[in-house]
Design a protein around this ligand. Structure first.
Ligand SMILES: Nc1ncnc2c1ncn2[C@@H]1O[C@H](COP(=O)(O)OP(=O)(O)OP(=O)(O)O)[C@@H](O)[C@H]1O
Ligand SMILES: Cc1cn([C@H]2C[C@H](O)[C@@H](COP(=O)(O)O)O2)c(=O)[nH]c1=O
Length: 208
């Protein structure tokens, strides 16, 4: 019987370096011969990508925003994540529900109990096997973003928003130490890769 794949999520405030390191981890995992699906939220499906455009670029009520990220997630789980895990593939996702707690909860101030309710409705039985949190001071993240691209609706938020989002991420990591690995993302890319090598090696060894 095929064993279920592993679900690994990458989190952090904008500019923490997730996207850079996801590509590196994806290559490490794929090189081991495991079937790997690399995806992102909001998005990951044709409908989810349309919702992503709205979420990132249209002004809206904060509860509308929360409902849309979970609508995108529902589709993502049904169309891509669950089928992949069920056939034994590993899934790595650039963000998942921890981002809703950090951004809609911490950043925007939506009551965490409402996010809990949505999470329990949309994925009562699905939780990442491992979450890698790229933690970085706000000024470092901001400098990286400013150097690279046009900013979306979230990336244009003020320092208070990102401070609250970062704190919520760290609070969640402290509450679930077995699931989270926190990486100091102000280090050089090479230093972070050394940490990621060890994390991925342990994951692959556990799955062998
Ligand atoms: N450790 C690092 N040191 C220096 N620069 C870095 C580091 N990590 C990432 N960068 C650079 O910072 C920029 C933002 O990185 P990246 O797009 O990976 O961030 P991100 O966390 O995925 O952001 P977002 O969540 O907004 O997509 C890129 O130009 C990347 O090369
Ligand atoms: C899943 C999820 C994401 N967001 C926000 C966080 C980011 O600012 C954007 C996605 O951009 P990225 O460059 O691809 O990281 O969406 C959110 O607010 N809530 C969520 O649940």
């Amino acid at each position: 019987m095929t064993s279920r794949g592993k679900f690994i999520t990458f989190e952090g405030i904008d500019g923490a370096g997730k996207s850079t390191h996801i590509r590196y981890c994806a290559d490490l995992i794929a090189a081991s011969g495991v079937e790997l699906v690399s995806t992102r939220e909001p998005g990951g499906t044709p409908l989810g990508e349309k919702l992503r455009e709205l979420i990132l670029h249209e002004a809206m009520h904060l509860e509308t925003e929360a409902l849309l990220v979970f609508a995108s997630r529902r589709e993502h789980i049904a169309q891509l994540i669950e089928p992949a895990l069920a056939r034994g593939a590993w899934v790595i996702s650039d963000r998942f529900t921890d981002a809703s707690f950090a951004y809609q909860g911490g950043g925007r101030g939506l009551e965490l109990v409402k996010i809990d309710t949505l999470a329990n409705w949309v994925h009562p039985e699905l939780s990442p096997d491992l979450t890698i949190l790229f933690d970085v001071p706000l000024d470092v993240a901001r400098a990286r973003l400013d150097a690279t691209r046009e900013l979306d609706r979230f990336e244009q938020e003020k320092a208070d928003f990102f401070l609250a989002a970062r704190n919520e991420y760290l609070r969640r990591a402290a509450a679930e130490p077995a699931r989270f690995r926190v990486i100091d993302s102000s280090q050089s890319i090479d230093a972070i890769r050394v940490e990621l090598d060890a994390i991925v090696a342990a994951l692959l060894a556990g799955a062998a």
